[in-house]
Design a protein around this ligand. Sequence first.
Ligand SMILES: Nc1ncnc2c1ncn2[C@@H]1O[C@H](COP(=O)(O)OP(=O)(O)OP(=O)(O)O)[C@@H](O)[C@H]1O
Length: 267
Amino acid sequence: MELRIENLDLFQNKKQILKNMNLTAKAGQVTGIIGPNGCGKSSLLRCIYGAVSPGHGRILLNGQESHSFTRRNLARNLAVVLQSQTSDLGLTVLETVLLGRIPHKPAFGGNRKEDLALARESLERTGIIHLEDRAFSTLSGGEKQRALIARSLSQAPRILLMDEPTNHLDILQQYEILELVKSLGITVLLVLHDLNLAATFCEKIYAMQKGHLIAQGTPETLLTNKLIQALYGIDSLVDQHPARGHPRITFNHPRFNHTERTAYEVH
Ligand SMILES: Nc1ncnc2c1ncn2[C@@H]1O[C@H](COP(=O)(O)OP(=O)(O)OP(=O)(O)O)[C@@H](O)[C@H]1O
């Protein structure tokens, strides 16, 4: 399912947060959004999943305006994994993941065999099936993140929005989760701060600055030293990953040129 944003503006408390945004997340592709803190990445996702109403513009799912979907129908098509979502409702991990089945269940119906099967499959795929009976609130940060991703998988969406999905995950888990997300073959729009992860997993990347989309392209065409300097004010060396071929970014903050300090010096 294609997700298209046309001429989107967002105002919050009379402040313009998003300005004339145009973006397409192609069906089955992983599209990334990068940009400095406060540039409007989460606000854009909030518009798409309907938590805030844009002042102007259209959000189209396969050409159909998102506000014409019922909430239930929207939730059947679109799932969201948010930044530092707590979801502490006193539920077990399995119960938390089963929340993803709500849009698919008959009204007032309990969990059906297929709901349980899909929830358990999602826990298997995210590697936390052994935690199914644990209280969600007792999980570590990384385990919670996996459980929330499992919940979104059990929702069986056609579009997945993710805001910094690798938060709280160690390096191996960051790669495993993004590999899993890519293997789903659905439309994924994700906010990433880590440019090397964006280079590894995104087919297309949009760069945001101060509420504007300022550039777009493949990792190869978009991720240049010039753009990174413009977005974040840091110098970088962009070369090619020796094994995988995608861009590899090494940052070079002027402070790192001081040679009198050793890396392990303790004060
Ligand atoms: N309800 C609101 N009222 C006023 N300003 C808001 C409101 N919501 C968001 N903002 C502002 O809009 C800007 C964009 O916020 P947003 O959370 O979308 O940025 P972001 O790019 O996701 O940042 P980060 O990388 O730090 O998560 C920020 O300056 C934020 O303070």
